[in-house]
Design a protein around this ligand. Structure first.
Ligand SMILES: [Zn+2]
Ligand SMILES: [Zn+2]
Length: 229
């Protein structure tokens, strides 16, 4: 009787699945985890979601990006899109915890014990307004779960850039040029993994990758929670 009571209480007090409300299965139940938009069919180089099983996307076939590999755990679709929006715009840091948990459950092969996680930085004005950098929140949690090193000071944003979401690819490239700086002492010889919440055209991580290459990084990869198709 006592065991039944304890068990029943545990079920009542354990959080429900955030998506289907299955009791005691929180934060996400197995069925909901399986139905997430995992980015399983993607370009091996830039993580662009692909509709057919091919190794590289058309763009990477023409010209390789300046980083070695990119991995995105999810396609930017519901409910991941809402989780990221909550993290970015409504200080839902519990979403960073959940995303980190999901991302580390099936992480890319280039994420190993030698790598150094480096979050994509925010410009100080935006950081002051928001109070936190979602990429750093994510990187810290990924590092803690996988027992990796994380360096939030290796890359700094030195110039504000406009909101990139409305710009096309050439405009994004112009916008991010000269916006970042890298501390060579922190990246030289390191196997870097740049961490961000979302990768869209990749203009930001491409710009940072070029700087890290010049600064002597041993390898540069990119790991984001989601990738836009
Ligand atoms: Zn569920
Ligand atoms: Zn590609």
């Amino acid at each position: 009787m006592k065991c039944l009571l304890v068990d029943g209480w545990r079920r009542l007090s354990a959080p429900a699945c955030r998506l289907c409300a299955a009791s005691g299965a929180g934060p996400l139940c197995t069925a909901c985890v399986e139905s997430l938009p995992w980015n399983d069919c993607a370009c091996e180089r830039c993580a662009q979601p692909l509709s057919t099983m091919q190794r590289l996307c058309a763009r990477c076939q023409r010209r390789a990006p300046p980083y070695d590999h990119a991995g995105a755990s999810f396609r930017l679709e519901a409910p991941i899109q809402q989780m990221i929006y909550g993290l970015k715009s409504h200080a839902r840091l519990d979403n960073a915890e959940l995303l980190a948990q999901l991302m580390t459950s099936a992480h890319p092969a280039f994420v190993d014990e030698h790598c150094l996680l480096v979050p994509v930085p925010l410009f100080r004005h935006r950081l002051r307004r928001r109070g936190y950098n979602q990429a750093l929140e994510l990187a810290r949690r990924l590092a803690r779960r996988l027992q990796l090193r994380c360096d939030g000071l290796a890359v700094t944003q030195v110039r504000a850039s406009r909101d990139l979401t409305r710009l096309d690819r050439p405009a994004r490239r112009r916008e991010v040029r000269g916006a970042y700086t890298v501390d060579p002492a922190r990246v030289r010889g390191q196997a870097l993994v740049l961490v961000d919440d979302v990768m869209t055209t990749g203009a930001t991580v491409e710009s940072i990758s070029r700087l890290c290459r010049q600064a002597g990084a041993a390898s540069i990869s990119v790991w984001t929670a989601a990738r836009t198709p």
